[in-house]
Ligand binder design. Structure first.
Ligand SMILES: [Zn+2]
Length: 211
């Protein structure tokens, strides 16, 4: 870890030194929030080639957004969302699912699987239940891969849940905030983006590389 930090400091940090100094003095003003999975194979800053200060990233198990609720407890995901939308005033929130998601797989296989016997994961992953019901009632995708279908459904459900936060809904209504779904294929590097009208995921067309 420390040798990695050394390389980062000598190369990565120095390259962005002025950016860091500016960010330290004037604060952050990212335009995009990305909600992604904790999975070590899915790194938003790497996938979007983003530098410091560009992305406000939240990562949790299976890239889930819970619905708004007022219950007691520490709502970490909701707190990050609230800060991004009301304080930073991001213009975009991207929920990015991914292939081979262990959280989605655990939910699909069995909510009582050994991996879910702990105090937290099983309860958290139950946020996928409405997604599974929606998928069964009205399948958007005609695909034979149940894991992929559930990964898509989880992103769609999180996008729906985003609308249950009044500050999100207000910003969207005013045209100040856009919500997006995406999905990343670990093995091929393919990025798919959800069409907001059809809710289908299509291969993204990348911009022209400049370096
Ligand atoms: Zn995952």
């Amino acid at each position: 870890m420390l040798s990695g930090y050394g390389r980062y400091f000598e190369k990565g940090f120095v390259r962005h030194k002025e950016t860091h100094e500016h960010l330290a003095v004037y604060g952050q003003k990212p335009e995009v929030m990305v909600i992604s999975c904790c999975d070590s194979r899915v790194t938003p800053e790497g996938i979007f080639h983003a530098g410091p200060g560009e992305l406000f990233v939240l990562r949790n198990v299976a890239n889930l957004v819970p619905p708004y609720e007022e219950t007691e407890g520490q709502h970490g995901t909701s707190a990050a969302l609230e800060y991004a939308v009301t304080a930073l005033k991001v213009q975009h929130v991207v929920v990015m699912g991914h292939a081979k998601c262990g959280g989605v797989q655990a939910f699909r296989e069995n909510a009582n699987a050994p991996a879910l016997k702990g105090d937290f994961i099983g309860r958290w992953i139950k946020l996928l239940e409405p997604a599974a019901i929606a998928m069964a009632c009205m399948p958007v995708d005609r695909i034979d891969d149940p894991q992929l279908a559930m990964e898509y459904a989880g992103v769609r459900q999180s996008l729906k849940n985003l609308h249950t936060f009044s500050f999100v809904e207000d910003a969207v209504t005013k045209g100040e905030l856009s919500l997006h779904g995406a999905w990343f294929d670990i093995g091929s590097g393919e990025l798919r983006v959800m069409d907001p009208h059809t809710e289908k995921f299509e291969t993204a067309v990348s911009g022209t590389p400049t370096e």
